[in-house]
Design a protein around this ligand. Structure first.
Ligand SMILES: [Zn+2]
Length: 96
C-alpha cells in the first residue's frame, strides 16, 4: 500500500478515531461508509484496517459486504467486489 492510499484511509478514520490504532469495532461501519462514498470502493480501506488492526478484520469484511451493491460482482475466490473495483483486493485476480 502506498502513502497516498494510507493517507486516504486515515482521512476517513479520523472521523471516528484519532488514528487507526484507536478505532473501535462500532466505528468501522461509519469509516467504511465515508471511504466508500468518497472513493467508490472498499478494497483499500479493508486492507488498511486489516493490516493495522487484525482484530477488526472480520468487522471490516462484514461492513464491506453490506456496502457492496447487490449488483456487485463476485470473484472466483468468493470476495464480493464493488462495480468500481476491477481487480479483486483479496487475490488480485481479475473478475469475469
Ligand atoms: Zn479474488
Amino acid at each position: 500500500m502506498n502513502a497516498i492510499d494510507s493517507e486516504q484511509c486515515e482521512r476517513s478514520i479520523v472521523l471516528a478515531a484519532d488514528h487507526v490504532g484507536k478505532l473501535r469495532a462500532s466505528d468501522v461501519m461509519r469509516v467504511m461508509e465515508d471511504y466508500f462514498f468518497t472513493y467508490g470502493s472498499t478494497g483499500t480501506i479493508v486492507e488498511y484496517i486489516s493490516e493495522n488492526r487484525p482484530d477488526l478484520k472480520d468487522e471490516a469484511e462484514a461492513c464491506r459486504l453490506e456496502l457492496v451493491p447487490a449488483i456487485g460482482k463476485q470473484c472466483d475466490c468468493g470476495t464480493f467486489l464493488a462495480q468500481s473495483e476491477p481487480v479483486c483486493p483479496t487475490c488480485n485476480g481479475g473478475v469475469k
